[in-house]
Write a protein that binds this ligand. Structure first.
Ligand code: ASP
Length: 292
């Protein structure tokens, strides 16, 4: 990726990406390998001065296209047997946010989210109208044979929503997330992923957050914003805010899952109360350490 607006005000940058909370057995190794490769690429983009918002979008595109996550090509189906995807992106500079929900034709729902943010006066577009509008705007569409779920296999259980948070060298934060939703969801169900404050949040003065897990619980607790609120009002450091959000607020509702976060100092955190969560982190420190 060529950075359009290079950021080189600071040497500090950080990216955290996740491939979903999981329950039971360790996910297939392809997911961990893919996540690692994408995180390394994103780390290099940030090092070269790419803006956080663009990096988050491109990271999510790569994960959607990989087909090994529950997003984009690898999306699971709802109870009616259809793919309906949710995605969102948020810019920490302005609190601008764009999202799509229950779309089934976009190749990359995260591109739809960015388009909504940039070119419409709205935050969230949903369903076939969103597909049609975004296709007319030039975004790539696919038919249902594109999705892995169109070819019946025995393993169409929850495979890992994806999300990314980044700090760039201009000090800007961004967050993005994309999902096919939660296993067993009804047709038309929209989860937390495209809802600002629940599935993601980004504010340059505080933190960028992306969450994953049982979306209804994250919607009830507005969990991504909970991290920011604890930092803003209770002055909690990022790690304490994230831990309290998951182990106090989320658990109080019986909710399960986790979140990733980064603040403007480049401090990163990942926390979950599910059996596991796939996470990769790349910071200026780790990139420089690898070059030694
Ligand atoms: N939160 C997503 C949803 O409920 C699923 C996930 O993160 O695994 O749609």
């Amino acid at each position: 990726m060529n950075p359009i607006l290079a950021c080189d005000d600071s040497t500090r940058f950080a990216i955290v990406i996740h491939g979903g909370a999981y329950w039971g057995a360790e996910p297939e190794p392809a997911r961990r390998t893919t996540l690692r490769k994408v995180a390394e690429r994103a780390g290099r983009w940030l090092k070269d001065g790419a803006p956080a918002l663009a990096v988050v979008e491109e990271v999510v595109v790569l994960l959607e296209d990989s087909g090994v996550f529950n997003a984009g090509r690898g999306s699971i189906t709802n109870l009616a047997g259809d793919v309906e995807m949710d995605a969102a992106i948020m810019d920490g500079r302005t609190l601008d946010v764009g999202a799509v929900a229950a779309v089934s034709q976009l190749k990359n729902p995260i591109r739809g989210a960015r388009y909504v943010m940039k070119w419409t006066p709205h935050v969230l577009l949903s369903g076939p109208s969103a597909d049609d509008f975004l296709a007319a705007g030039g975004l790539e569409t696919v038919d249902r044979t594109y999705f892995h779920a169109a070819k019946p296999k025995p393993d169409f259980e929850e495979k890992g929503t994806v999300g990314a948070v980044a700090l760039d060298r201009c000090g800007n934060l961004a967050a993005g997330a994309s999902t096919g939703g939660f296993t067993g969801k009804m047709a038309g169900r929209i989860g937390d992923t495209p809802i600002p404050g629940a599935g993601l949040y980004a504010d340059n003065d505080l933190v960028a957050v992306a969450s994953t897990g049982h979306g209804e619980s994250f919607l009830k607790t507005v969990l991504a914003y909970e991290v920011a609120a604890r930092m803003r009002f209770a002055k909690q450091p990022i790690e304490e805010a994230a831990n309290n959000a998951v182990f106090e607020t989320l658990e109080a509702t019986g909710g399960q899952g986790g979140l990733i976060a980064v603040n403007s100092l480049g401090q990163t955190v990942s926390v979950y109360n599910s059996d596991g969560m796939l996470v990769e982190t790349f910071t200026s420190e780790s990139v420089l350490a690898n070059e030694d």
